[in-house]
Design a binder for this molecule. Structure first.
Ligand code: AMP
Ligand code: MG
Length: 516
């Protein structure tokens, strides 16, 4: 079995070294750093993603020192860092530069993207861990570029942590893991991104993402067209599955404490974490909760750590490893963490967190069984939405309702809306306006309003309803425009309203079906 604590890894991997120099971000120290690398040394260098543990990629003996210092399994290949796209050709690193690589380099280099290509004989087997491919990255960090340039070679550099533990985002983190085991660390300040690069392989027929990062799949697709995402990115693989990227099979990014992620809406996550904290406290454990600025006040654990505001994804990415390392420093026994499926780099963040937690996730999501569409009068958009929705097929059937916020007495559906529905083959039989009541909304109801003011009104009027089960329809499916009220308009404007509702609901159905 794999050793859990980093200390054990170290004991099993005795490395004889020297005093580790702490270098500064000055011209002189950059020269010293480059000189050490030229002479086969191994050292921590800053990059925009995380700190790297660098050695001359073309010198097998130097590369071996990286594996030793990290306690890295020999079958996990290293990324080669260059300081100009032309290095690939000049040093003959690959057999052929694919067109896709040129396109991606134009768009994202220098930056947090690693590309895998077919390697040439110039790349030692130590670097590629016996594979016939090599991973290459051109970092944007000016100091990293300067060190590579000064060294006159290219640098193999995995993250500068002991294998299995969270990646280092400061020179101090590197010192904590590597002091006495490597020649030097150059302090270039905290890493800006805080998560490792996106890894994409261009060695197969279709480009495939092996590790998500700050360069998202959408960004890659905007340049390449279709891009595949490897299964290992978000799922725990069975032991017998052969992985494309050897690194993905190892326990990773893990703090020493046992970590559990709690997923769901805010209210349920907070309740569940507090319940877990209470039960573990009885066992005398030291407990940390990983929360956000918005939620930290709701927890009562020994340590409550904030990843920043949920609205600021970059901050969450940036804080993740620091916080996991803080948990080590504070010697906590158990970590309960909120989950962070944020829109842009959420996949990259969750990929790291799931590995850190060994895929221990508690899902508190409610299984929804009812949808209520809500607008003002209960006679128009909400009824059209209900009619259209019943026309689609949900994998798990849900009850569909329409309600108005202000309904004095039951009225039939608006005549023009009715005309449009009927001309589209949707029956309006039994459609009458009905006032939305608090009792209509159970724990397992999703409420969709047409306008954001309607959502606010529901949340204000019904204090006991969880705001997280009330959505603005357009926002939920990622549309920019709300569904506008056609009231008072021509028959044609009701027709347009129908069409935009239909397009939006199609997305809603797709999303609901994807979740089941
Ligand atoms: P690290 O530098 O520690 O962040 O890890 C580099 C990641 O890139 C690991 O997950 C490696 O397995 C992966 N990697 C490096 N070279 C290759 C390659 N030639 N083919 C597939 N994956 C690679
Ligand atoms: Mg790593």
């Amino acid at each position: 079995t794999e050793p859990k604590s980093s200390k054990k890894v170290w004991k099993n991997n005795p490395v004889i070294i020297v005093k580790t120099l702490l270098l500064k971000n000055t011209e002189e120290d950059i020269k010293t750093a480059a000189e050490l690398l030229k002479n086969g040394g191994v050292e921590g260098i800053p990059t925009e993603t995380v700190y790297g543990l660098a050695a001359d990629a073309l010198n097998p003996e130097a590369v071996k020192k990286i594996f030793k210092a990290k306690g890295r399994p020999g079958d996990n290949p290293l990324i080669v860092h260059i300081c100009d796209f032309s290095d690939i050709e000049r040093l003959n690193l690959v057999t052929k530069i694919p067109d896709t690589a040129k396109k991606l380099a134009d768009a994202f280099w220098p930056g947090p993207l690693t590309m895998i290509m077919k390697k040439s004989d110039v790349i030692p087997n130590e670097v590629s861990a016996g594979l016939d491919t090599v991973a290459i990255r051109f970092p944007s960090h000016k100091t990293a570029q300067a060190i590579i340039r000064e060294s006159g070679t290219v640098l193999a550099a995995p993250s500068a942590n002991i294998s299995g533990s969270p990646s280092p985002t400061t020179a101090q983190h590197v010192m904590n893991d590597m002091d006495g085991k490597i020649d030097a660390v150059l302090d270039g300040g905290a890493s800006e991104v805080g998560l490792e690069s996106t890894v994409i392989t261009l060695a197969g027929d279709v480009p495939r993402v092996l590790r998500p990062g700050g360069i998202t799949v959408e960004m890659l697709e905007s340049v390449l067209g279709k891009v595949e995402v490897d299964d290992a990115v978000l799922h725990k693989l069975a032991d017998n599955v052969k992985v494309a990227s050897p690194g993905m099979k190892y326990k990773h990014y893990a703090p020493k404490a046992d970590m559990v992620i709690v997923d769901g809406t805010r209210k349920h996550v907070i309740a569940k974490i507090n319940e877990l904290v209470a039960s573990h406290r009885d066992d005398g454990k030291k407990i940390a909760v990983i929360a956000t600025e918005e939620t930290k006040q709701f927890y009562d654990a020994d340590v409550v750590l904030s990843m920043g505001s949920r609205a600021d994804e970059d901050s969450i990415a940036h804080e993740l490893y620091r916080i996991l390392r803080d948990c080590d420093e504070l010697d906590v026994d158990v970590i309960f963490s909120e989950s962070f499926s944020t829109p842009r780099i959420g996949q990259a963040i969750m990929n790291r967190m799931l590995k850190a937690a060994g895929h221990q996730v508690i899902d508190t999501h409610v299984k929804y069984d009812k949808i209520i569409f809500v607008a003002q009068t209960g006679t128009c958009r909400e009824q059209m939405a209900k009619g259209i929705m019943n026309d689609f097929v949900l994998k798990v059937p849900m009850e569909i309702e329409a309600r108005g916020l202000v309904v004095q007495f039951p009225e039939p559906v608006n005549q023009k809306a009715e005309a449009v529905l009927i001309s589209n083959g949707i029956s309006t039989e039994g459609m009458v306006s009905t006032q939305l009541e608090e009792s209509d909304i159970t724990e397992s109801t999703m409420v969709f309003t047409m306008e954001s003011s309607q959502r606010e009104r529901i949340i204000e009027s019904f204090a006991d309803i969880d705001p997280e089960q009330v959505f603005v329809l357009s926002q939920y499916v990622g549309d920019e425009l709300e569904i506008l009220d056609p009231y008072g308009g021509t028959l044609q404007s009701y027709g347009l309203c129908y069409e935009s509702l239909r397009a939006t609901l199609k997305k809603l159905v797709k999303r609901l079906n994807a979740n089941t």
